[in-house]
Design a protein around this ligand. Sequence first.
Ligand code: HEC
Ligand SMILES: [Cu+2]
Length: 336
Amino acid sequence: MVQPVIAFQDPLGQLPPQASTFAGDVDELFYFLVWVSLASFGLILALLVYSSIAHRRKTPDQPALSNTTHNTTLEVVWTLIPTVVVMLAFAWGLKGNLDQQVAPADALQYRVEAFKWGWNFYHPGATTASEHIYVPVDKPVKFTMTSRDVLHSFYVPAMRAKRDVVPGVKQIVWFQPTVENGPLLDAAGQPQTDAFGNLIGGFDLFCSEYCGDGHSVMHRKVYVVSQEQFDEKPWDLLPEDPVGRGEFYYKLNCVACHSVDGSRLVGPSFLGLVGREGRHTDGNAYTADEAYIRESIRKPMAKVVEGYAPVMPEFTEAQLSDEAVGDILEWLKTLK
Ligand code: HEC
Ligand SMILES: [Cu+2]
């Protein structure tokens, strides 16, 4: 069943854009809680101020005016009203939560793999992962997600969609985007960035569960495009030449830990890696030839570079094919 669009607007303009059918419902509940909190805060503050003025001791020797210990009517009232309000919020939240867990049967199917530190998004029918997500406007889209390592969380504020991504478990999240917001492309068809290097256009996607050093680089985009644009498979960005593909795979899988400018991140820089001489934690010297680099990707724990922690994830054939590794090698050779 498709969710009806609830025309609830953000009255204080403090929330992210409302870009899915969930947004009205979620925001209405949010503002209900805000107003209830503000009203009870105002009521308690008013009673407090009134009492401390009206019932204050007026002379130092004034005796107590009353010794009331309890008032049953009052106690019943101040218990019942909050109970009703809290139960209302609970039922409302539970309904929203259940709606968000059960995707319509005709939803487009996406697969998501989170890892330290990045995402692999597989569009319907795609065999290669993409860096960003493209969804068609006004169609339900469903994401079946898992993690290769630790707990991550898939969060798209504009869609009001959020779900933990857990190793060993398939988690589901879905939404139906209502607002088109594609990438802003330059003349060469590449997404444009602003002064801070952030991509222009699209809705933000974050990992919202702190997962270590590279947590903040798990920022991606959800591009909502027309059905016509979607049919052109804009996510299918695999360049024709091996070097271009190698760079594409790097951005998808390695960028969080390996720089290309010589700077030290979690792992050693890729600048000048091919043919570089180094030492492993077992004391053995090595030269980074092709076989070594392939092994480093498939079995990162087999040999660990001196001075670095053994934290590189393993990339299996399913996650990164032998051809993809070959492309990465071709690209690495250009980094001198
Ligand atoms: C979570 C961070 C992380 C990610 C992601 C990661 N690596 Fe690493 N990598 C490391 C660390 C740390 C080391 C050094 C320790 C070691 O050798 O395991 C390393 C070492 C290497 C080495 C050996 C470098 C040398 O100087 O000997 C290669 C080659 C390498 N990584 C390739 C890759 C490729 C290709 C990818 C992406 C497909 C990748 N890594 C993704 C953290 C990472
Ligand atoms: Cu994460």
